[in-house]
Design a protein around this ligand. Structure first.
Ligand code: NOJ
Length: 731
C-alpha cells in the first residue's frame, strides 16, 4: 500500500512536471535551474503578492488541527512564512494546501521554528556542546534535530546562535558556543552542516539560520535587549568571524539582531546587512528580522512609527518581517510612494524564493504523515544525544581521585536537581518532554543500583528560604560514605530575557552545602546550569565538582556514566568561570594591557577560578614539546606543528589539544592568546597520539582591522599549547 502511494506520488510529480513544461511555466519545472525558476516566478507576481512573501506569522501557538478553519482565515494563502509551534504534520499540510491551491501562483510557505538543541530528542545546550570540542558529534546531533523537525513539518530552524558571549549574567550565554570567536565559528559551521546536509531538499534536513547578526552577546551588564558598545575593531576581531564562516559554509538564512552597532540597530543597519553580508560576502539567501525587532526600532529611537521602521529595516536589508506587521501593512505604500525601489522588493522576494526552491518546497510542499514512533527518539539518535551529553560534562575538580565511584557501596544522592527532569532540558527545548528525561537519580539507579545502596533526599528547593528539608538530607548523608549533591539552575533562569545579577547559586543551595559539610562526608557537587557559575565558596567545600550543564533527555545516563567511570570525562570549558561575578568581563583572550604586574583587584584574585579550556580527566596526559616544520619562515611558506600527547594513566580517554597563538607586537594591539585550532582524539592508556596544526599564515597569524581587512605582519609569533610554547619568526 505504501509503495503504491509512493508510486502514485511519483507519477503525479512526473505528470505535473510534464504539464508544467507543456505550459512553459518555468518556475514549476523542476528540471530548470533554480535561478531561472526564481526569475520566472518573480516576473509573474503582483506587488501585493511579492510583499506577502516577505512576512512571517505564527501557526499552532494557541491553535491546533481541530480549529483549522479558523486558522486558515487568519493566514493569507500568499503569506511567505509561519513559525510552526505545532508538531503535527497534518496541521502544516492543511495550511500548506491553502498556499498551494488557493493562491494564484501556488507558492509554498516556509515553516520555521526554534529548534535550538534538539526537537524531541533534546541534547545538551550549545554552551555545553562546545565543551565537548567534538564538532563532528555536534554535526550529528544537529542532523538528528533536522530529521525530527523536518518530519514534523518544520523546514527551517532559527539556529545556530553564534554570538560570542563573555558575560555569564546574560541568559542567552547558554544558546551560543561560549566566549571564543573561533570556537563559535567551528561549531556554527558544524551545526549548519548537520541541519542542511549537502542538499536541503532532503526530507530529513532543514535550512539553518545564523543568529543574531551581530554583536548581541555584548549586551551591557548582561541585560537582554539593551545597548551594546562595540567598536569597529571589536566588531571585526570578535563578533564577525562566526558569521563570515557560517556564510561561507552555506547558511541559508540569517536573523538580524535586536541590539545596535555603534548606534544603529542591527535591524536597520545597512553596513552589516547590505554592505558586508550581501555585497562583500555575497550571501544570496535572506535575512529575517528577530521577533518584533522592526517595531522596536521605534523604542530604540530611530523610527517615529511602524511605517518608518519598516522602511529602515527593509532598505537596510531585512527581507522577512517576523511578527511585526510592518511590511504587510506598509511596504506596498512605500513602493507606490517611491520610497522603496521595486528592484529592491524583487531582490528580496528572489532571496526568499531561492531558499524555498533549495528546500524543494515547490516539488514537495507537504510533509509525509508518519507516526511519532517513526520520527522521534530513534535508538541511534538517543545514542548521539547521550554521547554528546557525556562529552560535554566538565570535571572541574577531583581531589584525591574521589571520582569515579568505584569503592563506595553506600551513596547519598541529595539536592533539588537529583530527581528533577524538566530543568535538565534547558531553555528552548522545542518539543522536548520531561517524561523523556532520565533524571540523575534514575540514571544512577540503572547504572549502579545493583552494586551500590543509593539513598535520596531533596535537601531544599531551588530557591527561597525553606530550610525544613535540611535535617532529612543530613540524616541521609550521615548514613552514607559519599554525598552526590545535585544543585543548579532552573531552566527558566537562562535563555532569552533571563538575565541575572550574579552567577552565584541561590543562598539556600549554598547553605545546604555548608550544612552537609558538617557531616564530614566527602561531597561530589553536580552542577546543572545554563551559564558559568560563581563557585569560589562551594569549591572550598567540595571534594569533586562536575559541571553537567543542561544535558537534555539523556542526562541520567550521561551523569551516571561519568560517576561510575564507564565514561572518562573529556569536556573542557568553552567559557571562563570567574572567581566571582565582580570580575566580569573576564575572558581568556583579553587584549594586552600596559601593566601586567598591576591593575589587580585588592579584595579578590584577579585570575578566574576556572580558565577557558579547563577540564580534568580520570587519566593523566603528558604533553611533549611542540615541533615545528620550520621556525623561520616567510610569507607563502607552509608551516605545520606537531605535539605528542601520552596517556600515562590507567584509563583510556579522549583529549582535546587547543592551539593558541600570541603576537606580541602588531600595529593593532592583539589579545594575549587567540585560539586557532583544536582537535580531540582517543588516547588509550599507555599510548601516545600526535596532534597536528597545519597553519595557514594569513588566517592564523594574520589579524583583521576595523574594516574587516585581513593583514599579516612580519615579526615573532608564539604558538602555545598548555604550558608549551614555540617561537616562529616570520620574515
Ligand atoms: C526571539 C529570539 O531572540 C530569537 O532567537 C528567536 O529565534 C525568535 N524570538 C523566534 O522565536
Amino acid at each position: 500500500m505504501r509503495n503504491f502511494k509512493v508510486f502514485s506520488a511519483c507519477i503525479l510529480l512526473a505528470l505535473t512536471a510534464i504539464s508544467a513544461k507543456a505550459d512553459n511555466v518555468i518556475y514549476k519545472d523542476a528540471s530548470q535551474p533554480i535561478e531561472k525558476r526564481v526569475e520566472d516566478l518573480v516576473a509573474r507576481m503582483t506587488l501585493e503578492e511579492k510583499v506577502l512573501q516577505l512576512n512571517q506569522y505564527t501557526l499552532g501557538r494557541n491553535d491546533n488541527v481541530n480549529n483549522v478553519a479558523e486558522i486558515l482565515k487568519k493566514l493569507p494563502a500568499e503569506l511567505g512564512s509561519v513559525i510552526y509551534f505545532n508538531s503535527d504534520p497534518d496541521l502544516r499540510n492543511q495550511v500548506q494546501r491553502q498556499a498551494m491551491e488557493k493562491s494564484r501562483l501556488g507558492i509554498p510557505m516556509i515553516f520555521g521554528y526554534d529548534v535550538i538543541h534538539g526537537y524531541r530528542t533534546v541534547y545538551p545546550i550549545s554552551l555545553a556542546q562546545a565543551c565537548s570540542w567534538n564538532s563532528g558529534l555536534v554535526e550529528q546531533a544537529c542532523a538528528v534535530a533536522a530529521q525530527e523537525a523536518r518530519m514534523s513539518g518544520v523546514d527551517w530552524t532559527f539556529s545556530p546562535m553564534v554570538d560570542v558571549a563573555r558575560d555569564g549574567r546574560w541568559g542567552r550565554v547558554s544558546e551560543g558556543y561560549g566566549e571564543d570567536p573561533y570556537a563559535n565559528a567551528v561549531f556554527g559551521v558544524a551545526s549548519i552542516k548537520g541541519y542542511q546536509g549537502n542538499d536541503m531538499s532532503d526530507s530529513q534536513r532543514v535550512a539553518a539560520c545564523l543568529k543574531h547578526y551581530v554583536g548581541y552577546g555584548a549586551s551591557e551588564g548582561g541585560r537582554d535587549y539593551v545597548y551594546t558598545e562595540i567598536s569597529p575593531q571589536t566588531l571585526w576581531d570578535t563578533y564577525m568571524l562566526p558569521y563570515e564562516e557560517g556564510v561561507k559554509a552555506g547558511a541559508a538564512t540569517l536573523m538580524s539582531c535586536f541590539n545596535d552597532i555603534s548606534g544603529t540597530p542591527g535591524t536597520a543597519n545597512s553596513y552589516i546587512l547590505r554592505e558586508i553580508l550581501k555585497n562583500r560576502w555575497k550571501h544570496d539567501g535572506f535575512v529575517v528580522s528577530d521577533w518584533g525587532a522592526i517595531q522596536q526600532l521605534r523604542s530604540q529611537g530611530v523610527a517615529k512609527d511602524l511605517k518608518e521602521a519598516g522602511l529602515k529595516a527593509f532598505t537596510a536589508g531585512v527581507e522577512m518581517d517576523m511578527m511585526n506587521n510592518s511590511y504587510d501593512k506598509h511596504l506596498v505604500d512605500l513602493v507606490n510612494e517611491g520610497k522603496v525601489p521595486m528592484a529592491m522588493v524583487d531582490d528580496a522576494v528572489k532571496r526568499v524564493l531561492r531558499v524555498k526552491f533549495r528546500l524543494g518546497l515547490f516539488e514537495k510542499p507537504y510533509t509525509s504523515t508518519t507516526t511519532e514512533k517513526e520520527r522521534f527518539l530513534l535508538p541511534a539518535n538517543l545514542k548521539i544525544a547521550q554521547q554528546l551529553a557525556e562529552e560535554s560534562i566538565v570535571l572541574l575538580k577531583n581531589d584525591n581521585n574521589i571520582l569515579p565511584l568505584t569503592k563506595q557501596s553506600n551513596v547519598a544522592v541529595i539536592g533539588p536537581m537529583a530527581k528533577d527532569k524538566l530543568n535538565l532540558l534547558g531553555s528552548w527545548s522545542a518539543h522536548g518532554k520531561q517524561d523523556d528525561v532520565t533524571s540523575i537519580y534514575d540514571g544512577l539507579v540503572a547504572e549502579l543500583g545493583k552494586k551500590v545502596k543509593l539513598s535520596y533526599a531533596e535537601g531544599c528547593e531551588f530557591d527561597g528560604d525553606n530550610t525544613s528539608k535540611f535535617a532529612e538530607a543530613v540524616s541521609v548523608a550521615n548514613k552514607s560514605e559519599v554525598i552526590i549533591l545535585c544543585l543548579g539552575e532552573k531552566k527558566g533562569w537562562s535563555g532569552e530575557n533571563a538575565s541575572r545579577s550574579t552567577l552565584a547559586l541561590p543562598k539556600i543551595q549554598e547553605d545546604l552545602v555548608l550544612e552537609l559539610k558538617k557531616t564530614g562526608k566527602p561531597i561530589v557537587l553536580l552542577l546543572s546550569s545554563g551559564r558559568p557559575l560563581e563557585l569560589n565558596r562551594l569549591e572550598k567545600l567540595s571534594d569533586a565538582m562536575l559541571e553537567i550543564w543542561q544535558p537534555g533527555i539523556m542526562s541520567g545516563q550521561a551523569v551516571a556514566g561519568i560517576l561510575s567511570g564507564r565514561v572518562n570525562p573529556s569536556g573542557k570549558l568553552s567559557i571562563t568561570f570567574p572567581y566571582s561575578t565582580g570580575q566580569i568581563p573576564i575572558y581568556y583572550n583579553m587584549r594586552q594591557s600596559g601593566r601586567t604586574h598591576q591593575g589587580k583587584y585588592q579584595d579578590i584574585p584577579t585570575t578566574p577560578l576556572y580558565e577557558f579550556t579547563h577540564g580534568l580527566s580520570y587519566t593523566n596526559y603528558e604533553y611533549g614539546d611542540i615541533k615545528a616544520s620550520a621556525t623561520k619562515i616567510k610569507r607563502g611558506d607552509k608551516l605545520s606543528l606537531d605535539i605528542t600527547v601520552s596517556n600515562s594513566g590507567k584509563m583510556d580517554g579522549k583529549e582535546t589539544v587547543h592551539w593558541f597563538i600570541y603576537d606580541p607586537v602588531s600595529t593593532i594591539s592583539r589579545p594575549v592568546k587567540e585560539l586557532k585550532h583544536f582537535e580531540k582524539q582517543l588516547i588509550k592508556a599507555g599510548e601516545s597520539k600526535t596532534f597536528r596544526f597545519e597553519v595557514d599564515l594569513e588566517r592564523d597569524f594574520g589579524f583583521v582591522d576595523g574594516t574587516g581587512k585581513r593583514f599579516l605582519e612580519s615579526g615573532d609569533y608564539y604558538v602555545i599549547v598548555k604550558d608549551k610554547k614555540i617561537k616562529i619568526e616570520l620574515d
